[in-house]
Design a protein around this ligand. Structure first.
Ligand code: SF4
Length: 660
């Protein structure tokens, strides 16, 4: 009996039995090389299969030339993917995972930059991916795409997959045919319900005929309650009941959001958990045979077990949770929830890299996508264990200390303050970013388990290093806020006039409650990320009237890649935060500052009681410089090398510790 008994009950799915209810659902890992799955893919999926995932839905294959969407997509019309996929299916099935392949076509929301094809759609409506329009498909073209789905399913079958999942979520081609708003046809493919179902029904029945009975066919769907044109839960119930009555599909996966509203598609920390559960629950009410899967921000094994126990769904897809910790399922099964490294819902390196067309990785788990090079998310013991002294308990130092200890080194971590986490800890105090604090607690627990000696309130100077008798020293002293007020929009101004006045504060001052910025606060947001936006929101929630001045074209420009910027601006609006974009502060007079528009050069004086600087930090290199030339093995990682986001610190901590 495990702590999550419902989650670890096996489940029959057509000809297969899932070992538990945890699925590593479909997502674009974007890892193909020259259109073929390779070693990066193999390592990525194999690690999750080893980690206990019951079913893995490998990232989508475009079914037609007009469906190609990313640089890392698989070849859409080429049997050469069959032997390449077979390596993945055989390896993952040997680890006990049921293997599926998602097949997709996003219809009118394609990407010409990658496909070099016009977008095809039921009725020629505009793309919501970019400014392109689309081409209304002819009968012949509809047939061509149906046969594209069938050919892709045949390749999946021959590659050893146990089934396929048809992508009908987020307003893709299949659900464009379902949805009256998209489907304005008056032929046999549009109009009444039966006609709008014809496209998907043809795909499913022809796939079944092609591959036989022992092959799972699932459908991925999603609800979008933020737009009244999307399919409602009732409409999706009608579709689910239609297929269930005809025993055409084996499961339906329930996500959230769509091309009309991207923010809830990979919900950031601003959103509630278990977002796909209401749709799953409503579909369960209308099906007799079809399994129902819930997805979208089911973060933890506990979340998942609750959903299964309440019979809201038969299985759950946990994608980001298993990117962050590929061994989530096994740890949960062993009652080791406390060891699960939680996803922090940042989207920084998963969607944040996919949106820029790189292969995906993870902020908290830099081995994601590198498993084939790094031996998974596991560590080989050191041949020659040593005493490693890590100086600085921010994300770089924490990861380095943890991994070095995992490898058998004796580790001492010294931290100048009384708490671990460094500036990342302060970020965790921003509104709704508590998952960062949970991650730091996870590091605390891991260091304790690994017998890392942690010394707090220890500001180490160069002359004291020898006292630790360490074999090597890792400097992870981080960075400090800049007090210059430098802004990228006016690079010739090294220091903001008036920045030395008493009522000028850093983000760190605000988040550590050292600042008393007064009622009306001007905040220079020179990084256009959570540093400025999150701090402004924190201040506004404390009752301050805040105006953000940013040189960027929008507040949250740097988090646009994570699909988090719209929600950030919504929250800022809700709390009355004002902003001026493409603007810089020319001086600070103590009672306000002069703001210049970068587009027109117009200047205006804005009154404020305090000024907060959300600007790029300065590397803290004092100890590093003082140790230069010593006969000592010294390494440096993280912000003391160059101030960056936490992802760089964790990555460098891991890389160094794997080499020590
Ligand atoms: Fe989760 Fe962030 Fe990792 Fe994505 S990058 S899996 S959101 S922790």
């Amino acid at each position: 009996m495990t702590a999550h008994s419902h989650l670890f009950e096996p489940l029959d799915l057509r000809h297969k039995t899932l070992r538990n209810r945890i699925v590593f659902g479909a997502h674009t890992a974007n890892m193909a090389e020259d259109g073929l799955p390779g070693e990066r893919h193999l390592g990525y999926y194999l690690e999750r299969a080893r980690g206990g995932a019951a079913m893995i839905v490998v990232e989508p294959v475009p079914v037609h030339a007009t469906a190609v969407l990313t640089r890392g997509n698989f070849r859409h019309n080429d049997d050469s993917i069959i032997p390449a996929f077979r390596k993945i299916t055989e390896a993952c099935k040997a680890e006990g995972a049921v293997m599926l392949n998602q097949l997709y076509h996003v219809g009118q929301h394609g990407d010409f930059d990658l496909s070099y094809q016009p977008n095809w759609s039921p009725s020629g409506l505009p793309s919501f991916h970019d400014s392109d329009g689309s081409h209304k498909m002819t009968e012949v073209e509809i047939e061509e795409v149906i046969m594209g789905f069938v050919a892709a399913a045949r390749r999946a079958y021959e590659a050893g997959f146990d089934g396929v999942e048809l992508f009908a979520a987020y307003n893709a081609l299949i659900d464009q045919f379902w949805l009256p708003w998209n489907n304005r046809r008056d032929d046999r493919w549009g109009g009444c319900f039966e006609n709008r179902m014809r496209f998907s029904t043809e795909i499913i029945t022809r796939i079944r005929k092609q591959v036989g009975e022992d092959f799972i066919i699932g459908i991925a769907t999603a609800s979008d309650h933020n737009t009244d044109i999307a399919l409602s839960n009732e409409a999706l119930q009608e579709i689910a009941a239609y297929y269930d009555a005809r025993a055409l599909i084996d499961y339906i996966s329930c996500g959230t959001a769509s091309y009309f509203d991207f923010a809830e598609l990979m919900p950031t920390f601003f959103f509630a958990e278990k977002l796909g559960v209401p749709l799953a629950e409503s579909l369960k009410q209308v099906v007799k045979h079809t399994r129902i899967q819930a997805e979208s921000h089911i973060r933890t094994p506990e979340n998942a077990n609750t959903v299964i126990a309440a019979q809201q769904a038969d299985m759950v897809s946990i994608v980001r949770g298993q990117i962050a910790d590929p061994h989530l399922a096994n740890k949960a099964k062993e009652g080791r929830d406390a060891d699960v490294r939680g996803c922090i819902s940042c989207n920084q390196m998963c969607w944040g890299r996919r949106s820029r067309d790189y292969w995906i990785s993870c902020l908290v788990n830099p081995s994601a996508g590198r498993e084939f090079e790094w031996g998974g998310d596991r560590f080989s013991p050191s041949d020659a264990p040593r005493h490693v002294l890590v100086i600085g308990g921010g994300p770089a130092g924490l990861e380095c200390a943890r991994v070095a200890a995992e490898r058998g080194h004796r580790v001492t971590l010294v931290e100048a303050s009384g708490e671990l986490g460094g500036q990342f800890r302060l970020a965790g105090l921003q509104p709704r970013r508590g998952q960062i604090s949970e991650l730091i607690q996870w590091y605390n627990r891991q260091l304790e388990k690994l017998n890392v000696r942690v010394k707090f309130h220890s500001y180490v100077e160069a002359g004291e290093i020898e006292d630790y008798h360490a074999d090597c020293v890792v400097i992870a002293t981080g960075s400090l806020p800049s007090d210059s007020g430098f802004q990228r929009g006016i690079p010739g101004m090294d220091e903001l006039p008036g920045v030395d006045k008493a009522n000028v504060w850093s983000v760190e001052d605000v988040m550590s409650r050292a600042a008393r910025p007064g009622n009306k606060v001007m905040l220079i947001d020179d990084t256009s990320d959570w540093r400025g936006g999150g701090t402004a929101l924190h201040l506004a929630q404390q009752g301050h009237a805040v105006i953000i001045i940013t040189g960027a074209a929008m507040v949250g420009k740097s988090v646009q890649r994570t699909a988090g910027d719209v929600t950030l601006r919504q929250q800022l609006k809700k709390y009355g935060v004002m902003w001026m974009t493409e603007s810089v502060v020319m001086d600070w007079r103590g009672d306000g500052g002069t703001v210049r528009g970068l587009l027109d050069g117009m200047e205006v004086f804005i009154e404020a009681d305090g000024l907060v600087l959300a600007t790029t930090n300065i590397a803290e290199t004092t100890l590093l410089n003082d140790l230069a030339g010593r006969d000592l093995e010294v390494h440096s990682i993280g912000d003391c090398v160059s101030p960056r986001l936490a992802v760089a610190a964790i990555y460098e901590g891991r890389v160094l510790a794997m080499k020590l």
